[in-house]
Design a protein. Structure first.
Length: 502
């Protein structure tokens, strides 16, 4: 068994182990869950020594026949993009579980669902068979539905059902698109192999059928991102989800959408994507400006961070639309690769930064004040100096301050996209100004000014909370100052995808 399969199935082994532990032994449940989460993270790091940094192709492929009669196989592999996303997923799972030590209700079920969710996320990033990808893509839906529906806030049932229905509609659209690809292959060569389908492009030049398949994938991934106007499930899901659920939802699950666009839509439908790129561009720009404006209007910190995600993922979609617009335009290949580098780096930066922001909101809400109102605080930095320093650093990273991770990603997106789509990119730049405005305004209202006497006795961050937050702050600074190692890995995938846009 390869290191990829070990990384993928270790959390599933943890699920099996938890089944044999009495549910009233919460301490052992947490310890076993953490052991398997840490082992999975270490396994994901062990992918790096075997990774060939001199090749752009997907590598370390492991495959085995599964249902040969209809061309389904177990096939996994990794490239620069999926490698970084898998490592981010395994790290954020550990940090979310550290924070989740505060959960006292149904501890066994909570931890079991978290490990099952990790299996789905890792599998979706590694799968190279459409049938396998669809299984893992859907697998992420079920644990998150229960995490929101059982451990969520006052409107948890509504938020969980809305999340489930939105995502399920998109998944069914993608399933139909996958079947269109499958049945348009020669009868004796039908397969769900992603690499073979990418090579053969069975719907190339087939007009309406190709357009339907493209929009099937688009709907599924756009809901997951989420793009405007498919974003309305996101604020409800974030507000009602438990803190760790919000972290994983924003940091990892949203990336399945943008990952799908880069991994599948661009290489398989380059002509269709180029044709419809103006529509995607307009939706991305609307999402950037709209997300920032709506975030500014929020007084609930969780909603503010949720709408900022719509803004930040809009930048990723702008870069992807720019790359699609470079189809059959070799003179724009370098700009397209730069845009995709920025898109992938922003996926990682958003995961780290927004994951930290949701933990920051949880720290003040869950065990201290039980309020998330921006206007309910004031002068909090003087009362909680460690908490204030961490929160302000994360907010500066999210607004794109140079020297932090968010700036590098957005800079690459704007450099690459402006060379291809100058007018939309210039309009999208408004989002940076609004983004900076609402985060600075939030810092002013929450952390500066006179302290609210109501909160004078609040305790600062605990060691457990610091263990959950400190690694994310460190990553923001390290890759903000020196992003080269990440960009070198990501660039392998970006150049490979751009080479297929012809």
């Amino acid at each position: 068994m390869s290191i990829l399969s070990i990384t993928l199935f270790l959390p599933l082994l943890g699920v099996v182990a938890l089944m044999f532990i009495p549910r009233d032994n919460s301490r052992l449940v947490r310890q076993v869950t953490m052991v398997f989460a840490v082992l999975t993270f270490l396994a994901s790091l062990m992918i790096v020594p075997g990774f060939d940094f001199s090749t752009r192709a997907i590598q370390m492929i492991e495959q085995a026949s599964w249902i040969p009669s209809i061309g389904i196989q177990y096939k996994v592999g990794v490239d620069g993009m999926s490698l970084t996303l898998v490592i981010m997923t395994t790290l954020l799972t550990i940090l979310s579980l550290i924070y989740s030590y505060r959960v006292e209700d149904r501890v066994k079920e909570y931890n079991l669902l978290f490990l099952l969710l990790e299996v789905g996320m890792i599998g979706a990033f590694l799968a190279l068979d459409f049938f396998l990808f669809y299984i893992f893509f859907e697998l992420t839906l079920v644990p998150m539905y229960f995490l929101i529906g059982i451990w969520g806030g006052p409107r948890k049932e509504y938020a969980a059902i809305k999340f489930f229905l939105y995502t399920l509609v998109g998944s069914l659209a993608m399933l139909l698109a996958i079947l269109l690809l499958y049945f348009n292959l020669p009868a004796d060569a039908r397969t769900f192999d992603v690499l073979k389908i990418t090579e053969l492009r069975p719907l190339a030049g087939k007009g309406l059928i190709a357009a339907l398949a493209f929009w099937g994938f688009f709907l599924s991934f756009a809901i997951k991102v989420p793009m405007f106007p498919f974003h309305t499930w996101l604020p409800d899901a974030h507000v009602e989800a438990p803190t760790a659920g919000s972290v994983i939802l924003a940091a990892v699950l949203l990336k399945l959408g943008t990952y799908g666009f880069i991994r599948f839509s661009l290489p398989i439908f380059p002509d269709m994507f180029a044709q419809f790129a103006p529509i995607v561009t307009v939706l991305a720009v609307i999402g950037i400006v709209y997300g920032a404006l709506v975030a500014m209007a929020q007084t609930d910190m969780k909603k503010l961070v949720a709408y900022s995600s719509v803004n930040h993922m809009g930048y990723v979609m702008l870069a992807i639309a720019a790359a699609a617009s470079a189809y059959n335009r070799p003179e724009l290949a370098d700009a397209a690769a730069t845009a995709l580098n920025g898109a992938t780096l922003n996926m990682l930066a958003h995961g780290v930064i927004t994951g930290a922001l949701f933990l920051i909101v949880g720290v003040i809400y869950d065990d201290r004040t039980h309020t998330r109102g921006v206007n309910d605080f004031g002068g909090l930095w003087a009362i909680l100096p460690k908490y204030g320093a961490i929160a302000i650093t994360a907010m500066f990273a999210s607004l794109g301050l140079p020297g932090l991770m968010g700036f590098v990603a957005e800079f690459l997106i704007f450099v690459g996209s402006f060379a291809i789509l100058p007018v939309p990119t210039a309009i999208a730049a408004l989002g940076i100004v609004i983004n900076a405005a609402f985060f600075l305004w939030t810092i002013q209202r929450v952390f500066l000014g006179p302290s609210n006497p109501k909160w004078l006795s609040l305790p600062d961050v605990t060691p457990r909370e610091m263990w959950a937050l400190a690694p994310l702050i460190l990553l923001m600074i390290v890759f903000g100052v020196y992003p080269k190692p990440l960009i070198d890995i990501i660039n392998l995938t970006s150049v490979q995808v751009v080479s297929l846009l012809k």
